[in-house]
Design a protein around this ligand. Sequence first.
Ligand code: NDP
Length: 334
Amino acid sequence: QLVFLTGGSGFIASHILEQLLFHGYKVVVSVRSAIKGDSIISSYPEDIRKDISYEVVEDIAQDGAFDEAIKSNPTIDFVIHTASPYHNNIQDPVKEFLDPAIKGTIGILHSIQKYAAASVKRFVLLSSISTIINPFNHADVYNEEVYGTTTWEEAISGRLTYRASKIYSERAAFEFMAKEKPNFDLVTVNPSFVLGPPPKHLTSLEALNTSNHRIRDLILGKMQKEVAPTGPSHVFVDVRDVATAHIRAIEKTEASGQRFLIAGGYFSNKRIAELIRESFPQYNDVLPPVASADDFPDNIYGIDISKSKTVLGIQYRDLKTCVQDTVEAMIPRM
Ligand code: NDP
């Protein structure tokens, strides 16, 4: 079966690709340049390369951005949409973040409806826990019934832009389904903060995805004097579990129309630092002092991941395994 996977060069997408290939799918990835497409394909052994191809889609925010790519692959069975901006250096919230996220999602849905409606069975959207959490008024326990909100003013302010990009794009996808009633259905995968081994095709840590920066920074000694604040999120998930959630999201009929909260457990930068110290004593001298404070909150909200376990059958990796495997994968690329 054929899967169209957008944002093929991305951190999470690279793991989805690997698991799709392992499960026998053929995959077309969309990438922003032929160089990126070639480097993804050549990171796989010769006998697997025949199962991967790519389409160049330079900017998903453009009208009809996916038209040609979908038109050239009219027998796609499933679409997994992961391409969306994720970084901390926002200059222009609308152009750089909100447009690619929202127009990119609506755009690909229209392209599928125009050119592959006869073959596509399901559209899986990589969304986020940001569409569930209310950071200014936390619920006691979060599950898929909870919806985070932002105003458009907050969205364009820069501060809540990333969150808003995910809220508005997920909402747009559900609205498209309700209005257009296409032949295919929708599933959203809503992960918490994603950590894990960097993509196979990444040869150095310079272009490392945003959420893994803190692990790289810890082993490079950038927090040697003091541990950096963990930030708003204290819930992590291993990227390999996020990838598995996508594979199950296309395979499980009963996932139809649902959102799935995907989370492996709690974390803080201090906890990550201590796990690195435990497993990789060679980094002891560059890690923050053992006595540094842990900013993990006393009273943290609950995360109900039971639906991801019962419907998708996810068995989550713990923080220790995730950190160990991530550092091990980073060492040869430093
Ligand atoms: P990456 O930055 O590694 O991947 C983002 C992908 O989107 C890249 O392939 C990037 O292409 C592509 N992309 C971004 N903007 C555009 C654009 N305008 N046109 C075409 N392609 C574009 O991030 P992650 O893998 O970490 O995240 C992927 C998705 O997962 C995002 O939607 C993010 O919101 C969501 N997510 C991530 C979490 C995390 O902690 N990492 C947590 C929860 C959700 P290129 O590489 O060429 O720039």
